[in-house]
Design a protein around this ligand. Structure first.
Ligand SMILES: Nc1ncnc2c1ncn2[C@@H]1O[C@H](COP(=O)(O)OP(=O)(O)OP(=O)(O)O)[C@@H](O)[C@H]1O
Length: 303
């Protein structure tokens, strides 16, 4: 099967900074893929290279088998990018913006799909509003609609939910999920790690222009994060029988647990020691913990 996105040996320098220091990556058709990393890791540079907006110094990038330089038009047609920065022409209305974008792809009778995008992104009432009159969150919705006018096979979202309210965030993910189920490949960058954990089946983590982790979400979680029992005690110490595996954080004890029987065992030990439990909860593995661990252990590589 031809990968939806294929990146081989890609390097990019900005003066002394190696923004991309040799990236190899293949995203399969139909995946919901996350590209994560701290500020400056190189995510946006990689997306720009994929969209043909920045030229890589070395390596090749393909979208649905089309080289982004040699087959620029086909590659661009297969790709929809929601950029991180809000760029728009202030003199057009929302609908005109989407019609203009359709025109770039030679799509004339695209009205029904534009209507559907406006509806799904809660923009229908703003169709005739001027772009400059929209709030930041609304402008971002238009960016999403703009990236989808030509129904691209691969949809890349560069921090699409930055500055977006909770309701739209949910509306947006519902829509993107549907597109994914319908067969579109999704590549997402976000600093909201719980979104990536919930949505993405595979995750790449970048640091200093390199990929430092790449695996299925479930595998990363089980390898780097554990289920813990969080316990708050009412003015007493943790019994010595539990203290060896536990650690204290913000007034809570964190006790790693393997299964439900283990929870019962911990509770029995607390009861036997006469410890008064104020609050109790089981915390599932979290991507944030995985991310912090991977970033800490990954070597500094720049410049
Ligand atoms: N046009 C440019 N000129 C000079 N340096 C640049 C340019 N674009 C990016 N860089 C540098 O390349 C590195 C990677 O930046 P990039 O924007 O790709 O990171 P990112 O992972 O997208 O970060 P963020 O999470 O903040 O969006 C950074 O050190 C950045 O300062």
């Amino acid at each position: 099967m031809v990968p939806a996105v294929e990146v081989r040996g890609v390097e990019k320098r900005f003066g002394a900074v190696r923004a991309l220091a040799g990236i190899d990556l293949a995203v399969e058709p139909g995946e919901f893929f996350a590209l994560l990393g701290p500020n400056g890791a190189g995510k946006t540079t990689l997306i720009s290279a994929l969209g043909g907006l920045a030229r890589a110094d070395a390596g090749t990038l393909k979208v649905m088998g089309h080289d982004v330089i040699a087959d620029y038009r086909e590659a661009r047609r297969a790709l929809g990018i929601v950029p991180q920065e809000l760029t728009f022409d202030p003199f057009f209305t929302v609908r005109e913006t989407l019609e203009l974008q359709s025109g770039y792809f030679g799509l004339r009778n695209n009205g029904a799909w534009i209507d559907s995008l406006l509806e799904r992104l809660a923009l229908a009432s703003k169709a005739k509003a001027n772009m400059r009159s929209l709030s930041g969150g609304m402008k971002r919705r238009v960016m999403v609609a703009q990236a989808l006018v030509h129904r691209p096979a691969v949809i890349v979202l560069d921090e699409p939910t930055a500055g977006v309210d909770v309701e739209l965030r949910q509306t947006l993910w519902e829509f993107i999920r549907e597109l994914n189920v319908a067969g579109h490949t999704i590549v997402l960058t976000t600093h909201y790690l719980e979104e990536a954990q919930l949505l993405c089946n595979r995750i790449a983590m970048m640091k200093d222009g390199r990929i430092v982790a790449l695996d299925r979400t479930a595998k990363l979680l089980s390898a780097f994060s554990e289920r813990v029992l969080r316990v708050k005690l009412a003015g007493c110490d943790l019994p010595a029988s539990l203290a060896s595996s536990a650690e204290q954080k913000n007034g809570w004890w964190r006790i790693p647990i393997q299964d439900t029987a283990h929870v019962e065992d911990v509770l029995a030990k607390l009861r036997a020691a006469g410890a008064a439990v104020e609050s109790l909860e089981v915390a599932e593995p979290e991507l944030e913990e995985v991310f912090v661990k991977i970033m800490r252990r990954a070597p500094e590589a720049r410049p």
